[in-house]
Write a protein of this length. Sequence first.
Length: 443
Amino acid sequence: MNISHADPTPLSSSEHQVQLRRAVIASTIGTAIEWYDFFLYSTVTGLVFAKLFFPHSDPWVGTLEAFAIYAVGFIARPVGAAIFGHYGDRIGRKSTLIATLLLMGLATFAVALVPTYQSVGIWGAVILTVLRFVQGIGVGGEWGGSVLMSMEWARNDRTRGLIASWPQFGVPCGLFLSNLAVLAFSQMSGEQFLAWGWRIPFALSLILVGVGLYIRLGIMETPVFTRLIAEQKIERTPMLQVLIEHPKEILCSAFARMAEQAPFYIFTAFIFSYGTQSLHVSRDFLLTAVLTASVLSFVSIPFFGHLSDQIGRKNMYMIGAVVTGVFGFIYFGMLNTGSAVVIFVAIILSLVPHDMMYGPQAALIAESFTGRLRYSGASLGYQLASVIAGGPAPLIATWLYGTYKSATAIAIYIAVCAVISLIATALMTDYTGRDISGEYKMQ
């Protein structure tokens, strides 16, 4: 690889390493804050929103209604990908990431102020839906920028899997922080938590946004985007162009995420309604278990990202899809034993198969697109999965269990998702270890 050709910046090797570290830290912390906001909503949905915003519905119907609003955030994510993907490829990764952070944080803070059904009737749910949509737009533009901010500073093509996995590390961090916040404030009495305690974690997001904004303002634009500007290769309509040039890569990226995203939201969101209503375990027990699982992901996500640099991105990802398809049956089998210890272990282990895919996923998807269209293409491919996988997953799981009265139906759903991911991943090109810094032609 010709480093001088790939890196247009005048930085020395040591200065480049400093900027790489700053970019990775800024991406990871910023992503953790955004996912704190997003996961906070999913955690509280299964515990609180059905009671506060749909109080007259049957418990399972109320849960379905609450998860329907929850799904709105996922529908909005491709919209955010289109909007911010355009600007990310037009004005740069850094400026776009600052905008997504502000949008996400302010929407989350506003959730703390939403009046319940008791105060304004159905309008509370309407306001909640609008804010969830805004949240989705923000997070839809976040992922692509945070991954590129890290990956495009990498000089060594054989470490991209590890470097790109660090923004993915923000997901378990956000999951940990959101569950920790809810667990802390759920120690108050049930009535107080329902009345106002659940609002505090949402209000705290304003402080986190300030921290993230400070960090992101201190980083430089990536060498790849700087080079695109210098060579006057900025695309006027990147979103339209990526649809023309890379339709296969977009669709394969979306379907490859089926086995990763759908089970993840079953394991981290649906589990709260299933655990409290069907397994009859406490809210705090479930929060502690998911929190512990997220800590394990602190290690497993970068580990599998690094492993993908050694054995190939596609190989690592497909192994993870197979394990996930099998694990769904093991997971619900362990939950249905009724043993607190076994349930706890099942929840802790649930994110490991997910991490086998999520670690290498950022590089696998981002490497599939040429530099001038990478923010748009990677964001759109990644976020389209939200409509077909992540958003509907808790809703589908709730419906399947309510219809068939058996968790086996949910395990079959997870297995089907795994098969779809295997096919989509097999159709993708593996760019592990190859130079992606320029305007290469797709092979």
